[in-house]
Design a protein around this ligand. Structure first.
Ligand code: MG
Length: 163
């Protein structure tokens, strides 16, 4: 059945010493980075889950289980590539992607244009179909204490054919 489908994704990772901070496929200069089986890029993980949700095709845990050594330490761009391939196989394409990153630190505003451009390039989308926003947690809760970073993604996809 052809038509529009919507998907949402959420992810969060803990900030730890001794790791680079990768968000939206770019490295952000910071004293700590996100811990994870892969590079910990919660923005790309939320995007992947949103697309998988729109396809009703499970989630990242289904496709890239942390029990599988193949995905250990992998750049999360690889996950986006795989999910993009699945989109193509299902005769689907992204109409629009909107992402919110929630971080108390570092200040992400200066990095949003690069994240947006990187996401658009990864998904082969024009820039105007990709939005990346950042919010602080107003010093509330674990994220507000700088213990980690979270990301939310909403995607609208167009499915053509009998997928
Ligand atoms: Mg994750």
């Amino acid at each position: 059945m052809s038509g529009l489908r919507i998907g949402n994704g959420f992810d969060s990772h803990r900030l730890v010493d001794g790791r680079p901070l990768l968000l939206g496929g770019i490295e952000v200069q910071h004293s700590r980075g996100l811990l994870g089986h892969s590079d910990g890029d919660c923005v790309l993980h939320a995007v992947c889950d949103a697309i998988l949700g729109a396809l009703a095709a499970g989630d990242m845990g289904t496709h890239f289980p942390s029990s599988d050594a193949r995905w250990k330490g992998v750049a999360s761009a690889v996950f986006v590539e795989e999910v993009g391939r699945l989109l193509g196989q299902r005769g689907a394409s992204v109409e629009h992607l909107d992402v919110t990153v929630i971080a108390q630190e570092p200040v992400l505003a200066p990095h949003l244009p690069a994240m947006r451009a990187r996401l658009a390039a990864m998904l082969a989308l024009p820039l105007e179909r990709v939005s990346v926003k950042a919010k602080s947690a107003d010093h509330m809760g674990a994220i507000g204490r700088g213990e980690g970073i979270a990301a939310l993604a909403t995607v609208l996809i167009q499915v053509s054919g009998a997928a």
